[in-house]
Ligand binder design. Structure first.
Ligand SMILES: O=C(O)CCC(=O)C(=O)O
Ligand SMILES: [Fe+2]
Length: 547
């Protein structure tokens, strides 16, 4: 038997799945990876709500009839019991009473046990199977997106629960159950740090809510175990004792209490015995783990806009108009800004028109698939949690605008597009990101681009097809450079040194989108056919020409 509280929990869990999926949205699966399918999800919601409303009406109608039956029976009974003897002595009354309690009553029973829900449930099942609907993986992805944003942008849990992102209030608040669900998802991912943050928030919210939709004991159980996992045994014990105050016979809490007491005793004995006996940490492992930890901190600080390249670099950066001696560009030269020097990173402004952007989006949207990455060992394309977006490829022959964009990429870079890949269109939803990576194939990635037969990716042109309300910068952690999306602009850099070696300083990332939706497209240019074309600099004259 499902209890009232559990029913509410199920309903609330459904609400949080739905709410999060709406927030972090896309295809029947991967709802959280991009925002393009959000409208479809809203349509699903519309159908579901209509079904629910119709079901409620049908049930109300059934209950109304039953109420009327009850009233009739009650009235009849009242009359009959006014004077029982004269009532039963009347043969008509006797007949009416018997009939009321036989055939009439059968109708009441039939109505009481009628399964009005069945029709509506099959309707709902049809909607779920045929329309966009979030899966458990979507909920997990949405929860991970939220905790990623929380870390990258240093968002405080309580503000987030109030629906605020960096001080801007956007949407609905999260309830205690919503927070509990976020904690539970984090727990299932083995992420005890976020379990603690969200369970504590659930507890705080529970104290403020008038009708409890979650048991404090459940929160305490997750809190205690995650606290233990995070290494605070005394607090884990304390929390377990609190749980036992609420449910003294809680079997797991009783078991954990003994276990934590034992662990605490062992720990104290160990501390007393040999405080000087240092733990045996492998120094090389430690240095490596600290290095990757710091790298991640640099990446996140760049995403928050807190770091920039040193003044020696920024002081030399220019903003110029160039036509590369191209007669077609004499009247409308490119406006180019240098974002970094060696590796040279250039920002080109106004290189995609609104009409082109709309066309690219329209052509790409129906083909969107969850973006993949190439497995360096096998060369296979796989989905990965470190690249969360939807992408599709467009060919030059599909539309004049796509061919125009390729021609423009060639004019911008002064490189041949003969060996370039098709245009890759990407849409990131909220929390969508691409962690630091190289666009070029490294030496150990033997399979990469083998099929293309056009060599490595010599250069990247990344077109920004939207502004992004908050977050979503492209950052280069090795050189502390960052580029902020501006609709119609593009960023260009060489991935390879002149020698053909990959330039490790081009390591870059797409920061998580905090608010809004981010659209980009990649034009990856390959080595073949570029032998005589690659210029030293796009915006500075060759050294021998400078006076
Ligand atoms: O979206 C961005 O800012 C960067 C995308 C990127 O690096 C890629 O798709 O390889
Ligand atoms: Fe990239």
């Amino acid at each position: 038997m499902v209890s009232y509280k559990m029913e509410i929990r199920y309903a609330a869990t459904f609400t949080v799945i739905f709410y999060l999926s709406l927030l972090f949205s896309s295809s029947r699966c991967d709802v959280f990876t991009a925002l393009t399918d959000l409208e479809e999800l809203l349509q699903t919601e519309d159908y579901l709500v209509t079904s629910l409303e119709n079901y409620v009406k049908a049930e109300e109608h059934r209950i109304d009839i039953l109420k009327r039956y009850a009233e009739l029976y009650r009235k009849h009974h009242a009359i009959a019991t006014e004077d029982v003897e004269s009532y039963v002595s009347n043969p008509i009354n006797a007949y009416v009473l018997v009939k009321k309690l036989s055939t009439d009553w059968q109708q009441v029973e039939a109505l009481m046990s009628a399964d009005v829900a069945a029709d509506y449930m099959s309707n709902i099942t049809y909607i779920k199977e045929n329309m966009k609907f979030p899966t458990p993986e979507d909920l997990n992805g949405a929860a991970m997106a939220l905790t990623r944003l929380q870390d990258t942008y240093q968002l405080d849990t309580s503000s987030l629960a109030r629906g605020e992102l960096n001080g801007v209030k956007y949407g609905a608040e999260l309830t205690a159950t919503d927070c509990f669900e976020l904690g539970r998802q984090s727990y299932n991912n083995g992420d005890y740090h976020h379990t603690l943050l969200w369970m504590r928030e659930a507890d705080l919210r529970l104290n403020q809510e008038s009708n409890d939709t979650i048991d404090r004991s459940e929160i305490l159980e997750y809190l205690a175990f995650s606290t233990y996992k995070e290494g605070n045994i005394p607090l884990a014990l304390d929390l377990t004792n609190k749980l036992l105050e609420i449910i003294p016979s809680h079997p797991r809490a009783l078991g954990n209490k003994v276990y934590y007491e034992d662990e605490l005793e062992k720990y104290n004995r160990f501390k007393r015995k040999g405080e000087q006996e240092d733990e045996n940490i492998d120094e090389a492992d430690y240095v490596e783990s600290m290095a990757s930890h710091n790298q991640h901190h640099i990446y996140e600080a760049l995403c928050r806009g807190e770091l920039s390249p040193p003044i020696e670099i920024t002081s030399q950066l220019k903003c110029v108009y160039v036509n590369h001696g191209n007669p077609f560009l004499l009247l409308a030269p490119f406006k180019v800004e240098e974002a970094y020097f060696n590796p040279n990173i250039y920002i080109f402004y106004d290189v995609m028109s609104d009409a082109e952007i709309e066309t690219v989006k329209r052509l790409a949207t129906p083909r969107f698939r969850r973006a993949t990455v190439q497995n360096s060992e096998t060369g296979e394309l796989e989905i990965a949690h470190y690249r969360i977006s939807k992408s599709a490829w467009l060919r030059d022959i599909e539309h004049k605008y796509i061919a125009d964009i390729s021609q423009r990429a060639s004019d911008m870079s002064m490189l041949s597009m003969e060996s370039a890949e098709e245009l890759q269109v990407v849409n990131y939803g909220i929390g969508g990101h691409y962690e630091p990576h190289f666009d070029f194939a490294r030496k150990d990635e033997k399979h990469a681009f083998k099929d293309l037969g056009s060599g490595n990716r010599i250069a990247t042109i990344l077109f920004y097809m939207s502004d992004v309300a908050q977050g979503g910068a492209t950052v280069f952690p090795n050189i502390l450079a960052s580029v902020w999306p501006k609709k119609g602009s593009a960023v260009f850099w060489y991935n390879l040194h002149d020698s053909g070696e990959g330039d490790i300083n081009t390591r870059h990332a797409a920061c998580p989108v905090l608010a809004g939706s981010k659209w980009v497209s990649n034009k990856w240019i390959h080595e073949r056919d570029q032998e005589f074309l690659r210029p030293c600099s796009l915006v500075r004259p060759p050294p021998e020409l400078t006076t």
